[in-house]
Design a binder for this molecule. Structure first.
Ligand SMILES: [Ca+2]
Length: 289
């Protein structure tokens, strides 16, 4: 359902706990990690940024260690964002400070003989990679894991929303509206003007966890398959892997979308093999292993 961003409002109250609660039982079928979120997070202090080194001597994507905690996921603005439910992050993870860029993806494509995705004539470099499918994003994560010896993967939908909200309970990470100030701007609105395009990652302010471009620029693939609501969704921060649909979830809206589709709770979905000019991604990395 490209362009159909489903979504919204947050009823939730995000409660950043000082530490993780006892991890609830996973319903996703993912393998649980050994140790608590806090134990895993000991690898990097919460909020610290780091980049792993590849054998060629180059650096991987800049990552930010996410604090352990809890939040309320979803909103009452759209049926697919309900029920609003509490999620407790049970595993330590870091997430990309930025979306994966063309420069980073092209290095992977070059090394593995994959076709480089179209940049729509906007330029490559530090613009977010677009025209990539969920399958492409997953292959990139597997390659980066092999290169670094660390476990890179797409974030779960819950991890993405937790990191995007960064403690906020508003529609957007900075409040209930996207504004025009440096602090509240995002790359969006192409549908209004017909002149939309991506911008180099980090062109606008970061959220409270230090992440840029959670709203807009490239819409971001996450790990989960798509169900039309949150009944039965995991509550421990892991991904949903058993769905009636094969479609995978995309979050955050894009350069093309209207403001409503860019809310923290907004959801979209697409077939995993389908790339599009608004689809990109950022990666997560497990901590403590
Ligand atoms: Ca984005």
């Amino acid at each position: 359902m490209r362009r159909q961003s489903l979504s919204i409002l947050l009823v939730a109250s995000v409660m950043l706990a000082a530490g993780c609660a006892k991890p609830p039982e996973s319903r996703s079928g993912e393998t649980a990690q050994v140790g608590s979120c806090e134990q895993q997070n000991a690898e990097h202090a919460a909020g610290a940024s780091f980049a792993d080194t590849l054998p060629a001597g180059t650096k991987g994507p800049e990552m930010i260690a996410v604090p352990c905690g809890q939040f309320s996921m979803g909103s009452t603005e759209r049926p697919d964002e309900q029920p609003v439910h509490p999620v407790s992050i049970a595993r330590g993870f870091a997430i990309g400070k930025y979306e994966i860029t063309f420069e980073q993806y092209d290095a992977f494509a070059q090394a593995t003989g994959r076709e480089k995705p179209d940049d729509m004539g906007w330029g490559r470099g530090t613009r977010p990679v677009i025209n990539v499918s969920w399958d492409d994003a997953t292959a990139f994560a597997q390659w980066l894991s092999a290169q670094t010896g660390k476990h890179y993967r797409l974030p779960s939908e819950a991890e993405w929303e937790y990191a995007a909200r960064a403690g906020s309970v508003t529609r957007f990470t900075w409040g209930d509206k996207l504004g025009v100030s440096e602090e509240t701007r995002a790359t969006w609105g192409g549908a209004l003007t017909g002149k939309g395009a991506t911008e180099p990652v980090g062109s606008f302010a970061a959220n409270a966890f230090g992440l840029h471009d959670v709203h807009g620029n490239a819409m971001e693939w996450v790990q989960d398959c798509f169900e039309p609501d949150y009944r039965g969704a995991p509550v421990d921060g892991t991904s949903r892997e058993q769905c009636a649909s094969k479609r995978r979830v995309l979050r955050g809206g894009s350069w093309f979308d209207l403001e409503f589709a860019m809310r923290s709770a907004s959801r979209a979905a697409e077939e995993p093999s389908t790339p599009y000019d608004s689809y990109g991604f950022r990666l997560a990395r497990d901590l403590g292993r």
